[in-house]
Write a protein that binds this ligand. Structure first.
Ligand SMILES: Cc1ncc(COP(=O)(O)O)c(C=O)c1O
Length: 537
């Protein structure tokens, strides 16, 4: 790259206000802007003269394009770009909304309290549209910067321009997925994403629906399993029969909630101890099923996890499917976090046998960067969604009978969440999603190799996926909490946000690798900082 950073002297600020900035730049062939983002600012560049090459990094993919006089280069929120003049000279006009310094490089992992925003939260008095915009700017600034590569706290990180684009269309069209007549295109898109997920799973035919989160998808799975086993319960409610629902001790807590909400009771949930590596012990599961059958319980449902929340472990679907087949149990796969493995050449094997399952949870708002929430419940059991969810008495609404997707859902009004994942998938392609997983796996491998060389870090388990669990080695019982102390300090210092969990040996840090721009150097920086805030051994 030649003459990087030489752009500054050639920039003339034509207009500047809190929410707006207009800049003119004079270029020559030797100048390249370094790769940069505009944070949350939307930037439009009008080419006034000359020819420019724009290298656009859209998170999951990059694109290069040539722009000539009169054309506008848009760098959407969530992207970064590098611009260079390929003619001898050129001139561009840059419009930023809001001003870049409002958001570029911001890290806010612990908002200041009391927040200047608090006094603006009261409702009642009207404000002007401009005031409202400014308050929303404060809301953004006081929110956790989950778009930072240093945000590794939850099972998502980063903002994708494709997702913002789709969300914009969804907001503007403002319609419901309840009926086909209100959402002919969105209904087709949802159906298309469901079928495409089904194809990946290996189901010739399937059905599915967007639900508000992976937890809700797990609820839906148990709801459908109940419908298949006991179709009358829909009308009569539970009878004397007692059911058992099985998950591993590492499964997400949503299955317990599902038991509670759907009337099974949390006592019906059996948590089978997982192996040290976080995978369910299939042999223990079968022993437990036999025991429960002897005690007159009915084993109804097994939930395998593909990508556990803490360790990122994948239960053996093949082993579980044999057991479920033998005892006529509904096998559900909670692939809320690990579902992207199905897209990945490197990880496909981890979900071997997934087509034997009857249903699957997939969260596009986790690794694949859709807005929260964008979750799918998919099932190979044709018609089960309508059988489980349709009720009489809504003919005033449903005129297209089985074509209305509201009949498959327990919701009435429902947003077009599927459009966000569809847009991402459409833009980067299946290969692009697979490449994204591979890129992060490379970051993981480099990170793990480095961690293993550090005297003061203990890798908790060899990661199967994109969760790195690592403990700052304690020297004594008093230093057992080091990982938690380091985490708090990282957050207080606005350096990084990582999470923690505990095992029998105490707390450890959990780093989630999900940001599209994440590199090994970021992981190294975070862990080095964690060690330094604890101080010398
Ligand atoms: C394995 C697993 N399943 C389900 C969920 C719930 O997903 P959601 O947050 O979309 O409800 C999570 C959330 O972290 C998860 O890790």
């Amino acid at each position: 790259m030649t003459n990087v950073n030489k752009l500054e002297p050639l920039r003339t600020v034509l207009f500047e206000s809190e929410m707006f900035e207009v800049v003119s730049i004079e270029w020559s062939k030797t100048i390249i802007s370094e790769m940069h983002s505009h944070g949350w600012s939307q930037c439009h560049v009008l080419v006034q003269s000359g020819v420019f090459e724009n290298y656009l990094d859209l998170g999951l993919k990059t694109e290069t394009a040539i722009f000539e006089t009169g054309q506008v280069i848009s760098t959407p929120v969530g992207s970064q770009h590098e611009l260079r003049c390929v003619s001898d000279f050129g001139k561009t006009l840059h419009i930023y909304m809001p001003r870049r310094n409002q958001s570029v490089g911001r890290k806010n992992f612990r908002p200041q309290m009391p927040s200047p925003l608090l006094e603006n939260l009261n409702l009642g008095e009207a404000s002007t549209f401009e005031q409202t915009q400014k308050i929303l700017q404060l809301v953004k600034n006081e929110s956790i910067t989950t778009d930072s590569v240093f945000f590794m706290n939850q099972l998502f990180s980063g903002i994708l321009p494709q997702a913002i684009l789709a969300q914009d269309i969804i907001s503007k069209t403002r319609t419901t997925l309840a009926t086909l007549e209100a959402s002919p295109v969105f209904s087709a898109i949802e159906q298309h994403v469901v079928q495409s997920l089904g194809q990946l799973i290996g189901w010739a035919d399937c059905e599915g629906v967007n639900v508000p989160g992976g937890s809700a998808a797990n609820f839906m799975a148990l709801h459908c399993a109940r419908q298949q086993k006991c179709p009358d319960f829909k009308r009569t409610g539970f009878d004397h029969r007692k059911f058992k629902i099985y998950v591993s001790s590492e499964a997400h807590y949503s299955m317990k909630k599902a038991c509670m909400v759907l009337g099974f009771g949390t006592d019906s949930l059996v948590q089978i101890a997982a192996h040290e590596n976080g995978k369910i012990n299939s042999a223990s599961l079968e022993i437990q099923i036999i025991e429960d059958l002897k005690n007159n319980f009915e084993p109804l449902f097994v939930c395998a996890t593909s990508g556990t929340t803490v360790h990122g472990a994948f239960d053996s679907i093949s082993e579980l499917s044999v057991i479920c087949n033998k005892y006529d149990i509904w096998l559900h796969i909670d692939a809320a976090w690990g579902g992207p493995a199905m897209f990945s050449e490197q990880l496909k094997e981890k979900m071997k046998g997934v087509h034997f399952a009857k249903s699957l949870t997939f969260d596009a708002h986790k690794l694949f960067g859709a807005n929260l929430t964008c979750s799918f419940f998919v099932t190979s059991q044709k018609n089960i969604l309508i059988e489980a969810n349709d009720v009489s008495g809504a003919d005033y609404l449903f005129h297209d009978k089985d074509m209305d997707r509201g009949k498959m859902s327990w919701q009435c009004g429902r947003g077009a969440d599927a459009v966000v994942f569809w847009t991402i998938w459409k833009n980067v392609g299946t290969q692009g999603l697979s490449d994204f997983v591979s890129r992060l796996l490379k970051v993981r491998d480099e990170s793990v190799a480095w961690i293993k060389k550090q005297d003061r870090l203990d890798l908790i388990v060899e990661p199967e996926y994109l969760n790195i669990c690592v403990r700052i080695k304690p020297h004594s019982p008093e230093t057992l909490n080091w990982s938690m102390i380091a985490r708090e300090k990282l957050i207080d210092d606005q350096f990084a946000m990582v999470n923690y969990s505990k095992d029998k040996n105490g707390p450890f840090l959990r780093l989630i690798l999900a940001h599209p721009n994440l590199e090994f150097k970021h992981v190294k920086e975070i862990l080095s900082e964690a060690l330094s805030v604890i101080g010398p051994a």
